[in-house]
Design a binder for this molecule. Structure first.
Ligand code: RB5
Length: 146
């Protein structure tokens, strides 16, 4: 599975930890930056990862900023994206089972690295349940036409 990763300066360290973990687990990783703790703008990275996922260049995306809020708002503006901001493992699991989230957003200043990696592991290993949730996800995507 190929994962596009992105973060601003507020999420850089957690992105690096996630990247190391993903590579150790054998995932194919596309790192869209940022590459240091120098101040930068989170929409740039949200857009880069979201475009990768929307275009099918990556299977899923993971975005990190200070809170996870900015990158999730940004990513959800790209057609085809369902970005879920998760601060716990239950939400991470449900975002896959019910919402078929294709981007996970995390807040480096909100969750510690241990919890963040548990969230990533669960989010990546949980499949969409389909069934009645497909109808609802289809309705979600129809909102893009408004
Ligand atoms: C950067 O200071 C911070 O605003 C950003 O990382 C993020 O939390 C925005 O939502």
């Amino acid at each position: 599975m190929k994962i596009s990763l992105g973060a601003d300066h507020g999420g850089f360290e957690l992105k690096e930890a996630i990247k190391t973990w993903l590579l150790e687990k054998g995932y194919d990783v596309e790192d869209k930056g940022t590459y240091s703790i120098e101040s930068c703008d989170y929409p740039d990275y949200a857009k880069a990862v979201a475009l990768d996922v929307a275009a099918g260049k990556s299977d899923r995306g993971i975005l990190v900023c200070g809170t996870g809020i900015g990158v999730s708002i940004g990513a959800n503006k790209v057609r085809g994206i369902r970005a879920a901001l998760c601060g716990d493992t239950f939400s991470a699991r449900m975002s896959r089972l019910h919402n078929n989230a294709n981007i996970l957003a995390l807040g480096q200043r909100v969750v510690g690295p241990g919890l963040a990696l548990d969230i990533v592991e669960i989010w990546l290993s949980t499949s969409f349940e389909g069934g009645r949730h497909s109808t609802r996800v289809d309705k979600l995507m129809e909102i893009e036409q408004c």
